[in-house]
Design a protein around this ligand. Structure first.
Ligand code: ZN
Length: 251
């Protein structure tokens, strides 16, 4: 593909200094995927580009691109910022982790489709002050499919029962009803209401999920369950996750 000027709409994340005063910044867009933009001179004090590349800025960016590798940022329009994410350490840590997760699930320039909407939903809800931990768990459960992990959460993997008490089995790739708990002694040993929460946040379209208020104990249990599912099926080892764990927000 030849080089062309293109307008893309998205959210800026992951900035990195490049050469003397240039900046590399990633932008997450819906149809054009995740793009690394080179902004020449963006770190010079008088640069106009710099202001548009603060973390969690969103708007329209005009890039020169070949559809692969680095694209270069030419100009921008209507750029605003999720200031709640930018100014609050905890919100920023959650938002960075979410963007990092999306970043690792796709190759560059790959269409994100509904996962863009999922991430944008999450960022705007966290920005607005909703429970960032809960929103992050929703994103993680819904993003599993983008990583090629599609646990069976609609019904027991053995008997298809969809009502009753369930536990989660990593080995069996989904939920077990209490009659089939024996099939995996290493199952997560969650309380039925904890498995129910995992099912709800994974299966319901996120647009339909209102603000979910969950007590701390349940939220901790589902956090640990999701961490194990990710470790044992995807094994990402992300710095942004480590940082969140260090903040120990659920402690
Ligand atoms: Zn069963």
């Amino acid at each position: 593909m030849s080089r062309e000027l293109k307008e893309v709409v998205g959210v800026v994340f992951k900035r990195q200094k490049y050469h003397e005063a240039d900046l590399l910044a990633k932008i997450m867009t819906k149809n054009d995927g995740i793009i690394t933009m080179l902004a020449r001179g963006a770190l010079k004090p008088k640069s106009k580009l710099g202001a548009s590349l603060l973390n969690f800025s969103f708007g329209t960016y005009v890039i020169s691109t070949t559809g692969q590798g680095l694209s270069s940022l030419r100009t921008f329009k209507n750029v605003r910022q999720f200031d709640g994410l930018f100014s609050d350490l905890e919100k920023s840590a959650y938002a960075s982790f979410i963007l990092d997760l999306v970043d690792h699930a796709f190759i560059e320039y790959q269409n994100l489709g509904k996962y863009y909407d999922l991430a944008e939903f999450a960022l705007s809800r966290i920005n607005a002050g909703e429970d960032a931990e809960m929103i992050t768990q929703i994103v993680q459960m819904q993003l599993l499919a983008a990583y090629g992990v599609e646990p069976e959460l609609r019904h027991c993997v053995f008997c298809q029962r969809d009502q009753g008490q369930f536990d989660y089995s990593i080995k069996q790739g989904g939920i077990l009803c209490n009659r089939h708990y024996y099939a995996d002694p290493e199952r997560l040993h969650l309380k039925p209401k904890e498995t129910a929460l995992l099912r709800t946040i994974a299966l319901l379209p996120f647009e339909r999920l209102g603000e979910i208020e969950i007590n701390l104990e349940t939220k901790k249990a589902t956090r640990q369950a999701i961490d194990r599912i990710y470790q044992e099926t995807i094994d990402l080892n992300l710095k942004t996750k480590k940082f969140l764990d260090e903040l120990n927000l659920l402690g």
